[in-house]
Write a protein that binds this ligand. Structure first.
Ligand SMILES: Nc1ncnc2c1ncn2[C@@H]1O[C@H](COP(=O)(O)OP(=O)(O)O)[C@@H](O)[C@H]1O
Ligand SMILES: [Mg+2]
Length: 428
């Protein structure tokens, strides 16, 4: 079977790399892809939002399954467009993708389904949101824009004045466009954050091992928010018992509620959770693999990914064996370009990739890379996701950083403490 992966980040490189290992897969295309997917698969020069061209390509190249990486095409209805053309695509429909694309929709659904989450209020009018804050006790809150904002639409606030300033900023500017048509003000939760991803066909769920990512730019979880500077899997903070609680109190009721709302969910349901004193609570849902969580997850997956994704699309997930996992943990360290998450340069040649590739138990996933005159060059803020497995989290970390040391370009940097929070609380 031929496969088309839509997207161009580290997540899509990992998906293409893993799918290419399936004995049932002939060719893997990635649209538009990066320099890494050009090596492990074949790049197709079509943008992720050009549904008409993607559909035409899939028809002309005998693509049996399209796998959509990012949230933006999902929220715009790419899976519906493919279905209308009688093509199979992995991911939620436009209506189901609202679980990520509208925080107000998500909050309402969680409330209906009685899923633990932060108390929240939604406002169409920024002035009303500010009045609400002034009328309450001055407690820490989080202010969020309703729609997709590439991780920039959330303000975690301490004092009330901070929250009011955030609301003003959202209300005044054109920064968030349509995404800011509603504002959510919610209770600020305390605890450790984890990501639990599940694959579901709307009836059966396959829970994947828990992961943790590092969103802040600098060591010790300091500095500005980023798309994610690294991740590891499994996250020891979620034990077997807690995992059952998350399945029973979070994932299953959510999937049932989506079905009842006539938005059956098929694809990856990604719960962003806060482990509070009162148990796990949902911060948000994503409707696709996380980037970078996808990289350490797929590094450990021993089963055929195509079997899982195909069974999901065909709604027969209950018929297949649960996936097998490498018992060894994995760690992914993101290498970024100087300036990220702000402005950064492009076009610097990257050296040492061959050397890194020779190390055992290592895979370097490309994110923001391109090929220029036969050279791999930096072409984004997050450039590479250097991923390794090891007998312990510490060993996986050491191996990932050994690979990082092989790689250099002008302006390359990374966090030095990816996975330390797992080791700090639980030992190696
Ligand atoms: N209620 C909350 N309490 C504490 N922190 C929160 C809360 N909601 C969000 N956050 C923090 O803000 C980050 C981004 O929020 P999230 O809802 O995941 O939005 P998005 O990923 O769409 O930007 C979370 O990863 C978490 O660190
Ligand atoms: Mg998030």
């Amino acid at each position: 079977m031929n496969i088309l992966v839509v997207g161009n980040g580290g997540r899509e490189h990992a998906l293409a790399w893993k799918l290419a290992k399936s004995p049932r897969v002939e060719r893997v295309f990635v649209a538009p892809g990066n320099a890494g997917t050009a090596i492990d698969a074949e790049n197709v020069d079509i943008a992720a939002n050009d549904f008409a061209k993607l559909i035409k390509f899939a028809q002309q190249n005998d693509v049996g399954l399209t796998v959509v990486g990012p949230e933006v095409p999902l929220a715009a209805g790419i899976v519906d467009a493919f279905a209308a053309a009688k093509l199979r695509a992995f991911g939620p429909s436009k209506l189901a993708a609202e679980l990520e694309a509208s925080k107000v929709f998500c909050k309402n659904l969680l409330r209906q389904a009685d899923v633990p989450t932060a108390d929240a209020q939604a406002f169409r009018n920024p002035a009303a949101a500010a009045r609400y804050l002034m009328s309450r006790e001055d407690v820490p809150v989080v202010v969020k824009v309703d729609g997709l904002a590439a991780g920039k639409g959330v303000f975690v606030c301490g004092k009330r004045a901070e929250a009011v300033a955030a609301i003003e900023r959202i209300g005044e500017g054109t920064e968030f466009g349509e995404a800011a048509s509603q504002i959510v003000v919610e209770e600020r939760l305390d605890g450790e954050e984890v990501s639990v991803l599940a694959i579901t066909d709307g009836r059966t769920i396959v829970t994947l091992p828990p992961c943790q990512d590092h969103k802040r730019a600098f060591d010790g979880d300091q500095g500005p928010n980023t798309g994610g500077m690294g991740a590891y899997c499994p996250a020891p903070v979620v034990d077997e018992r807690t995992m059952r609680v998350i399945e029973e109190q979070v994932l299953v009721p959510t999937i049932h509620a989506m079905k009842r709302s006539r938005r059956p969910f098929r694809g990856v349901l990604y719960a962003g959770l806060m482990m509070t004193n009162q148990g796990p609570k949902v911060l948000e849902y994503n409707v696709r693999f996380g980037d970078p969580e996808c990289q350490p997850l797929l590094m450990r997956l021993e089963s055929d990914l195509l079997d899982l994704l195909e069974a999901t699309v065909d709604r027969r997930l209950e018929e297949i064996d649960p996936p097998a996992w490498d018992p060894r943990p994995s760690v992914c360290v993101v290498m970024a370009s100087d300036g990220y998450p702000g402005a950064y340069k492009r076009g610097q040649p990257i050296r040492g990739l061959d050397e890194a590739a020779k190390l055992p138990d290592v895979k370097v996933f490309h994110a923001g890379t391109a090929t220029m005159d036969g050279q791999v060059v930096a072409n984004g803020g997050r450039v590479l996701g250097v991923t390794a497995v090891g007998t312990t989290i510490s060993a996986a970390k050491r191996q990932a950083y050994t690979a990082v040391k092989c790689i250099r370009w002008d302006g390359a940097w990374c966090r030095k403490d990816i996975s330390d929070k797992a080791v700090a609380s639980f030992g190696s």
